[in-house]
Design a protein around this ligand. Structure first.
Ligand SMILES: Nc1ncnc2c1ncn2[C@@H]1O[C@H](COP(=O)(O)OP(=O)(O)OP(=O)(O)O)[C@@H](O)[C@H]1O
Ligand SMILES: [Mg+2]
Length: 331
């Protein structure tokens, strides 16, 4: 099954050609980050306009790189939520036009499902593909969830954040430290030069079910940076201590969820899964408990269309050209 997948839910315009849900023939990503940096976050109107400017070029590049003609496609897949409505509409319109023109099915995909299915794309032997049921820690700019995946398209949410998402906390803390946007990669890098024990942050809700709360750590950082300047720790120490607190809670709850539910595999998904410490600590802690820990390559962690193509291939859905964007689509 040859799928052209399109993803425009936030600030990345992406198109990919995916064969049989696993082989990525192309995965073109045009990021708008440089345009949004000066505003300290994503401006929805700017995002929608930028998608319009590049969507056709990105699709053409994806098809050219894959060496596939439109007539060889079996279906067109597109993210229809959750995300920014103005951004989603651009991808949806392009996907509808292509599907209608070709007379091929249009498959709507939930962006969060796409993040989970990044784990099926990886170029690893099929013996290492995730086996059901497995636990997925989905950590991104807008979501933080522990999901038990019972089969293709069968999700059981065990826990979620009660306030900020982990990525959102990274972005807000980076802004407080004057490190710019997006915060995740820059804090990840700076933390390598800092002492993770320099600042004592509590580990919120560590022993309290599978839900998360990250706004308290963010407020603790606010209080620290507002101290008299001689009492403010080095930014690298704040970054390292903040990251350690966030990663400790994410890893602990994920491993505990796998052990409690009898799942032998743990997977990682979403933009924050690009975090070097989260990847290393989850692997060490999970494997220490005898779990198989699967982590997608970096390029499939943040927003990309290949993951949308994988989800569309494995989770069959009825085709409809009536598909509309759903900003707060649930898993
Ligand atoms: N190395 C990293 N360490 C920590 N966080 C990171 C890293 N790289 C990216 N991030 C964070 O990942 C988030 C972006 O992830 P993603 O693109 O999946 O989010 P989104 O698509 O905006 O949200 P959602 O997927 O919930 O709709 C940002 O908050 C960013 O700071
Ligand atoms: Mg995302």
């Amino acid at each position: 099954m040859m799928i052209l997948a399109i993803e425009t839910s936030c600030d990345e315009t992406s198109a990919a050609v995916v064969k049989d849900g696993q082989a990525v023939l192309s995965n073109v990503i045009s990021s708008q980050i440089e345009f949004h940096k000066k505003y300290g976050g994503i401006v929805p109107e700017v995002a929608a306009r930028k998608h319009i400017e590049v969507i056709n070029l990105v699709i053409k590049e994806a098809m050219d790189t894959a060496g596939v003609s439109f007539s060889e496609l079996d279906a067109v897949a597109v993210t229809y939520g959750p995300g920014l409505v103005g951004s989603l509409i651009v991808g949806l319109s392009a996907a509808k036009a292509i599907a209608w023109g070709l007379g091929k099915p249009l498959i709507g995909v939930n962006h969060l499902e796409g993040h989970i299915y990044a784990n099926f794309l990886v170029p690893r032997p099929s013996s290492l593909a995730p086996q059901f049921p497995f636990i997925c820690l989905l950590v991104s700019g807008g979501h933080t969830m522990i999901i038990k995946v019972n089969g293709h398209g069968q999700y059981e949410t065990l826990g979620r954040t009660r306030d900020d998402a982990a990525g959102e906390a990274y972005d807000k803390v980076a802004r407080l430290l004057g490190l710019g946007y997006p915060g995740g990669p820059v804090i990840d890098k700076l933390a390598k030069e800092g002492n993770p024990k320099a600042v004592k942050f509590t580990r919120p809700m560590l022993n309290d079910g599978y839900d998360f709360s990250f706004s308290g750590i963010k407020t603790a950082v606010v209080n620290i940076v507002h101290r008299p300047s001689s009492l403010v720790p080095r930014p690298a120490d704040i970054a390292a201590s903040f990251q350690q607190a966030v990663v400790d809670v994410l890893v602990e709850k994920t491993v505990r969820a796998a052990l409690a539910t009898g799942c032998s595999t743990v997977t990682l998904a979403g933009g924050v899964s690009a975090n070097s410490q989260l990847r290393a600590q989850l692997k060490a802690r999970g494997e220490g408990e005898g779990l198989k820990v699967l982590i997608p390559p970096f390029e499939y962690c943040t927003d990309n269309a290949a993951m949308i193509g994988a989800a569309a291939s494995f989770v069959p859905r009825p085709s409809s050209l009536e598909l509309s964007p759903v900003a707060s689509l649930k898993l």
